[in-house]
Write a protein that binds this ligand. Structure first.
Ligand SMILES: Cc1cc2nc3c(=O)[nH]c(=O)nc-3n(C[C@H](O)[C@H](O)[C@H](O)COP(=O)(O)O)c2cc1C
Length: 368
């Protein structure tokens, strides 16, 4: 286990369903919708339920049956306008975006929403999508080299006057962004778990987002990042994906997952499985997201079943604490029926997590 578990209350985020088809590649009924009306109501439910963040997805073309996709930055802005406290993380791909455009765009949203916008810099796994929009496709580790420059430039533009940068991918000369974002600066998340992703997190990102996994596997990633961060003096926080199915009995919850998998769309899952070979498996060390994912994992397209938040609220709360012990600072959640299940999670699971955390803090304080 990681030696670095946080004593802060664990944070909760949910995946914004801004692409069609929900969060599982399955014909099972999903009372989830990708429209702005559905999502604004969902964001309001989520902030009332105790969620801290919402994470949008960036997709230019269907990848896993997600036939329709709303753009992430503008959609995030619309959600921020419908809410008061929720932070919304806009997913962005270097390539289609440049750091200059994003720095300007996010600064304006930051001013319009009292600093509630954040970004998720994703390095890309979907070659077909890049080809479709005429973007050059870089090798795995080159994508991360570009993302790291992207993040350095974003932060540089946000914090420095006369920002100057001469990189392999981006250049700035005496650029002074005015106005700068209001403090605290927009948080910079990243997604991916290959060695290149972990190296980048340990150097420049505020948050490292990874696919669903067991506490032991998460702890390995966290320990690697902590070691690397010790050398660079930078320690990102950790966010872990999970697909939550909370029901009154474990059997009921497991039956839901079985039905999701039984009704999976094999063609779409297999096509997705073929595309994601451009991610972790394409890295020199052949680690990273989806490097070990089987058919059943891929049905939830960020390996969300592996985190095992499937069962009763009590079981789920305990497993969240195990992920926290492994080093997670945030749990990112997907659901089958978002509006109902986000409300249920806030009502039934989050209070149990807070109870377990308080009990643990009490025990710690007594021991100290
Ligand atoms: C939580 C999370 C969210 C992500 N969101 C997106 C996204 O919206 N669009 C996208 O193209 N890729 C997204 N990705 C994919 C990553 O950017 C990356 O391409 C993938 O995880 C493979 O990285 P790896 O090879 O370093 O493991 C996301 C990944 C994670 C973990």
């Amino acid at each position: 286990m990681s030696q670095q578990q946080s004593r802060e209350p664990i944070k909760f985020a949910y995946w914004v369903p801004n692409v069609s088809g929900g969060l599982v590649i399955s014909n099972i009924e999903q009372r989830t919708n990708w429209t702005i009306e559905y999502n604004q109501k969902l964001a309001q439910i989520a902030e009332k339920a105790g969620f801290d963040y919402a994470l949008t997805q960036i997709r230019f073309t269907a990848g896993y049956g997600a036939e329709f996709q709303h753009e992430s930055v503008s959609f995030s802005h619309a959600l921020l306008h419908a809410t008061e406290r929720l932070k919304v993380i806009a997913a962005v791909l270097p390539g289609p975006w440049t750091p200059a455009v994003l720095a300007k765009q996010i600064t304006t949203i930051n001013h319009l929403t009292q600093g509630r916008v954040a970004v998720n810099i994703v390095s890309g796994w979907f070659r077909g999508e890049f080809q479709a929009i005429g973007e050059p496709w870089l090798d795995h580790d080159e994508r991360y080299r570009r993302s790291e420059e992207f993040i350095r430039c974003l932060r540089g533009v946000w914090t420095e006057d006369k920002f100057t940068f001469a990189g392999d991918f981006y250049r700035f000369r005496d650029f002074s962004l005015k106005p700068k974002p209001i403090e605290p600066l927009p948080e910079i998340f990243q997604g991916g778990s290959s060695r290149a992703a972990r190296d980048m997190a340990a150097r420049v990102s505020d948050w490292y987002f990874t696919n669903g996994n067991t506490p032991d596997e998460i702890a390995k990633q966290v320990n690697d990042i902590r070691q690397k961060g010790a050398a660079s003096g930078h320690q990102p926080k950790i966010g872990v994906n999970a697909f939550a199915v909370a029901r009154s009995t474990e059997a009921e919850a497991r039956a839901v997952v079985q039905e999701i998998i039984a009704k999976a769309l094999p063609e779409a899952v297999n096509a997705f499985g073929a595309e994601v070979k451009n991610a972790g498996l394409a890295s020199p060390e052949r680690e990273g997201n989806w490097a070990k994912s089987g058919f059943e994992d891929l049905v939830q397209y960020n390996d969300g079943f592996r985190s095992n938040l499937i069962g009763t609220p009590q079981q789920i709360a305990e497993r969240i604490l195990s992920l926290k012990d492994a080093g997670a600072d945030l749990i990112l959640l997907g659901f089958l029926h978002f509006q109902e299940e986000v409300a249920f999670f806030g009502d039934q699971v989050i209070p149990l997590v807070r109870e377990l955390e308080a009990r643990r803090e009490g025990a710690r304080a007594a021991a100290e």
